[in-house]
Design a protein around this ligand. Sequence first.
Ligand code: 13P
Ligand code: SF4
Length: 348
Amino acid sequence: MNSTAGAIAAIRKKSGDALCIMGHHYQNDTVIRHCDITGDSLELARRVPHISATRIVFCGVYFMGESATLLAGEGRTVHMPEPDADCLMSAMIPIRLARAVLEQLVRGGRRIVPLAYVNTSLAVKALTGEYGGAVCTSANAETMLDWALKRGEGVIFMPDKNLGHNVANRLGIPQDERHVLRIDGRGLIEPESQPLGRKILLWPGACSIHARFRPEFVEQARVEYPGCRVVAHPECRQEVIALCDAAGSTSFLIKEAARVAEDSPGSTLVIGTEENLVHRLAARHRDRCDIFPLSRAICPEMAKVTEEKLLAVLEDITGGRGEPLAVAGELFEPARLSLTRMLEVCGK
Ligand code: 13P
Ligand code: SF4
């Protein structure tokens, strides 16, 4: 153990039950080894309301810390080692534009239900709550899209068009019932020329890490590793997912690796998602099967969180200098509503 790790371990020991360190699976191993709770977006959100520690330190990107702040009980504060780590996709949906587009869509009286991926700002979650919608994660997007479709004449899925397409495919909603919105800095471009009457309206955002996987990569993997199984995260393009053997959230990919290791020793699994996770799974199951990344893919924002920054935030907290995440008062309730709707629909 290096001195940073030793210092973190000492603070954790001294803090006991008063401190809980949470980490998303995309964090690197030097951070993950200090976490009391690890998970994908859904698992972490589900755990937060039940945490009794008064200080929660969240290792992940900003929207995850914000969601934890919304869901943490009375008297709990959330701190982040690197509050500047910001999901690149959540930045693709500025609140001013999201509001302008939603207002344009409902102007004619059509009942549009917003469904916001958890990878969005607090303000977008609040807007979603205000318009009767809910949040979803990649693990429950099918259930939540089905929920939203039953409540309106159409759904606007924000901001990941790839996840939106993949979930619509799973629900059997045809391509001609979907439309990727054409938007400029002010709102919808020529709304009268866009097929806005379609069931699923997709915000034109994407995760630049997952969107870089291309169909040829899957074909190439099958040549390189004959007989391999290929699985990927649903933030990948639908053309990629169509060539994979299965797709699912981060927790699905983890379970899939464990299942392949158990059921098919000696086989090869290729995983299309963030590389930190793939390397961890490869190391975990190396005695049973081979696991390779579909391509290089490190999320630079997740990588901003380091063991040194984790130690620094812990020292600040124990020294009484720790600044918790603050959530703008007027956004708190509508944003929380959109998150709790998700937890209620999917079971807490
Ligand atoms: P999960 O919902 O699978 O945790 O994914 C979050 C994310 O940011 C994927 O890029
Ligand atoms: Fe955001 Fe993509 Fe990074 Fe996930 S991998 S946090 S979606 S930029």
